[in-house]
Design a protein around this ligand. Structure first.
Ligand SMILES: CC[C@@H](C(=O)O)C(=O)SCCNC(=O)CCNC(=O)[C@H](O)C(C)(C)COP(=O)(O)OP(=O)(O)OC[C@H]1O[C@@H](n2cnc3c(N)ncnc32)[C@H](O)[C@@H]1OP(=O)(O)O
Length: 247
C-alpha cells in the first residue's frame, strides 16, 4: 500500500490517508487501497472499531484528485470514476463496527463526504471544512450529500450543500456535524469499551437507517454529479483551482 496504511491499537483499526503533498486527495489508487483495507477490516471479527485520519498537519482530505478527475471526462466516464468511492462510502457507513473520522486538518468536497460516511467526526481546532461542490458546478459525487442528511438536520444539510460554504470547526460542531474538537487523535472512546458493546451500539445505530433507501439516494446523487461533470461551470472551476484564479 502506498496511499493508505493501517495500524492496529487494541483492536481498533486506524486507517491513515498518505498523500500529504496532495493534501490527501483521493486518487484511483487510493480508492482501490481504501476498498481493500475496508474489506479486510469488515472480515476481521477481532476489530472493534475503525478510525479514519490522514498524514500531515494541513489537510484531512481535499476531495477527489482533480488532476485525475479532470473536467474533460464525459458523463459516463465520470460515473465510472465516481462510483467506486460511492460504493466505499456506503460500505464504511454500513460497517458492523463503529467508525470515527479524526479530521486532522482541512476537508473539502469529497473529503467532507468521506468523513460524513463515518459515525462520528472529531475535528482539529482551527480547521475548516466545506461541501464546496456547489461552487464547482456539481453535486457531491460519492453520495456524501445523501449521507449528510442522515447526520445533521435536513434543513442544515440543505443549507450547507446549497451555500457550499467553507465553515470553521466551531460552526461545524454547532451544526452537529462534528461531535468534538481535539488537537490530537484520542482512541479512548473505543479502546475503553469492549468489542461487544461497540458492535451492539453500531447495530442499534443502523436500525435507524433504511440502508436500501440510503443506497438508492447515494446512487442517484452520483449519477447527478456525473451528469454535471462535463458542464462548462465545472470545467471552469477546476481550471481556476489549478491556475489559482479563485484562491
Ligand atoms: C471527485 C469528488 C468531488 C466531490 O464529490 O466532491 C470532489 O471532491 S471535487 C474536489 C473538491 N476539492 C476541492 O476543490 C479542494 C481543492 N483543494 C483546496 O482547496 C486546497 O488544496 C486545500 C485543501 C484547502 C489545502 O490548501 P493548501 O494547504 O494551500 O494546499 P494547496 O492548495 O497549495 O495544494 C497543495 C498541493 O495539493 C494539490 N491538491 C490540493 N487539492 C487537490 C485535489 N483535490 N486534487 C488534486 N490535487 C490537489 C495542489 O494542486 C498542490 O499540488 P502542487 O501544486 O503539485 O504542489
Amino acid at each position: 500500500m502506498e496511499t493508505v496504511y493501517v495500524t492496529y491499537e487494541e483492536d481498533v483499526a486506524v486507517v491513515t490517508l498518505n498523500r500529504e503533498d496532495k493534501r490527501n486527495a483521493v486518487s484511483r489508487q487510493m480508492t482501490m487501497e481504501l476498498r481493500q483495507i475496508t474489506e479486510e477490516i469488515k472480515a476481521n471479527e477481532q476489530v472493534k472499531a475503525l478510525v479514519l485520519t490522514s498524514r500531515g498537519e494541513r489537510a484531512f482530505c481535499s476531495g477527489g484528485d482533480l488532476k485525475e478527475l479532470h473536467g474533460d471526462l464525459s458523463e459516463e466516464e465520470a460515473y465510472t470514476v465516481l462510483s467506486p468511492m460511492k460504493e466505499l462510502l456506503y460500505e464504511i457507513a454500513t460497517l458492523p463496527v463503529p467508525t470515527l473520522a479524526y479530521l486532522n486538518g482541512e476537508a473539502r468536497g469529497g473529503g467532507c463526504e468521506l468523513a460524513t460516511a463515518c459515525d462520528i467526526r472529531i475535528g482539529k481546532e482551527g480547521s475548516r471544512f466545506g461541501f464546496v461542490q456547489g461552487k464547482l458546478g456539481i453535486v457531491p459525487g460519492w453520495g456524501g450529500g445523501a449521507l449528510l442528511y442522515e447526520r445533521i438536520s435536513p434543513v442544515q444539510a440543505f443549507h450547507w450543500l446549497t451555500a457550499s460554504e467553507v465553515i470553521d470547526a466551531e460552526e461545524a460542531k454547532q451544526l452537529g456535524w462534528l461531535q468534538g474538537l481535539a488537537n490530537e487523535l484520542d482512541l479512548g472512546i473505543f479502546t475503553n469499551r469492549s468489542k461487544e458493546q461497540l458492535r451492539f451500539w453500531k447495530k442499534q445505530l443502523m436500525e435507524n437507517i433504511d440502508t436500501s433507501v440510503l443506497y438508492r439516494k447515494m446512487e442517484e446523487e452520483t449519477r447527478q454529479s456525473a451528469a454535471l461533470w462535463p458542464s462548462e461551470a465545472h470545467k471552469k472551476a477546476v481550471n481556476a483551482f489549478f491556475s489559482r484564479k479563485n484562491q
